[in-house]
Design a binder for this molecule. Structure first.
Ligand code: NAP
Length: 277
């Protein structure tokens, strides 16, 4: 029986135990899965204990970087971005599966990236993983981020996209909201952007009515205002719940040492949704 956990500042409402237990059961493994909430000032006191108590653990806000000094090796995106969401305790290896989850969500929803014009809004932690994955898939990527210093730093780090300080209001094959605007205290809002020409406006029909589809990393609410506007314009939409599930699936594949299988993951996701409407 695998001993697993999610560690964050306040994970009391986290769906990780339910999701990982479901996925692992689907992969033929049993696990115990705990929620461990730790006050940021006390992280260093509790960190070592995590390695003793668990075979592997997931890490969330605000410890994705804090855990790094306790690890021996960072793999893939975790190394590139300095952010870890999955830890193999015995080996002290840190990984990050956000990009894999995003990629699997698009693939399983039939979004093809190669040659597509994709606008990404927001280049924070998750945005960077999405940008990297989109560029690697051959998309023509445009990134708008309101923090210009961060935009240019991500550009220097990753390259492979057009950094935008103003958004041209033109057709994109799809637009991805990675800003987090539309959840928590911003429910009912869309990200405000500077359009070409200097107009500052929340993203709305003007831009979304021209796109081929809209994707939001937000999963609560299931339909953000950004997605609602796109849907009302008759556009296909994709909410971040599938990405959350697929990044958990990819984390569990790492824990079990298995190769992720998008088709098998899709079957699990559909069953999970059916059982957890
Ligand atoms: P983050 O690191 O705070 O990044 C958000 C970025 O968007 C920041 O750079 C922020 O800039 C920028 N931003 C905010 N408002 C903007 C605007 N109006 N225009 C342009 N840029 C703007 O957050 P994160 O960890 O990347 O998370 C982003 C979202 O992804 C959240 O909703 C999170 O829940 C979601 N997420 C989902 C999954 C999933 O599996 N579905 C996984 C990871 C994250 P400032 O710093 O100036 O505010």
């Amino acid at each position: 029986m695998l001993r697993l956990a999610v560690v964050g500042k306040d994970v009391s409402a986290s769906s990780s135990p339910q999701m990982h237990t479901f996925i692992l059961r689907g992969m033929g493994k049993r696990c115990s899965y705990e929620k461990v909430s730790v006050a940021p000032a006390e992280f260093s006191v509790h960190a070592e204990e995590l390695f003793r108590r668990f075979d592997a653990f997931n890490v969330t806000i605000p410890f994705k970087g804090e855990i790094i000094p306790y690890l021996k090796e960072l793999k893939g995106d975790a190394r590139i971005f300095g952010a870890v969401n999955t830890v193999l305790a015995r080996e002290r290896i840190g990984c990050n599966t956000d990009g894999f989850g995003f990629s699997m969500m698009l693939e399983n929803a039939g979004y093809l990236c190669a040659g597509k014009r994709v606008l990404v809004l927001g280049a924070g932690g998750a945005g960077r993983s999405c940008i990297k994955m989109l560029s690697a898939s051959g998309a023509e990527v445009f990134v708008y981020e309101r923090n210009e210093e961060r935009l240019m730093s991500v550009y220097r780090e990753l390259g492979g996209f057009d950094p935008l300080t103003e958004v041209p209001c033109v057709p994109y094959d799809f637009i991805v909201n990675c800003t987090g605007i539309g959840m928590h205290d911003t429910v009912g809002k869309t990200p405000t952007v500077i359009y070409e020409g200097g107009r500052v406006m929340p993203v709305g029909e003007e831009l979304l009515s021209q796109c081929g589809g809209a994707v939001d990393l937000i999963y609560v609410p299931e339909e953000s205002k950004f997605l609602r506007i796109a849907r009302e314009c008759g556009k296909p939409t994709l909410s971040g719940g599938a990405m959350l599930f697929y990044q958990a699936y990819c984390a569990d594949c790492i824990i079990l040492g298995r190769k992720p299988d998008p088709a098998a993951a899709k079957v699990l996701w559909e069953k999970y949704r059916e059982e957890n409407p």
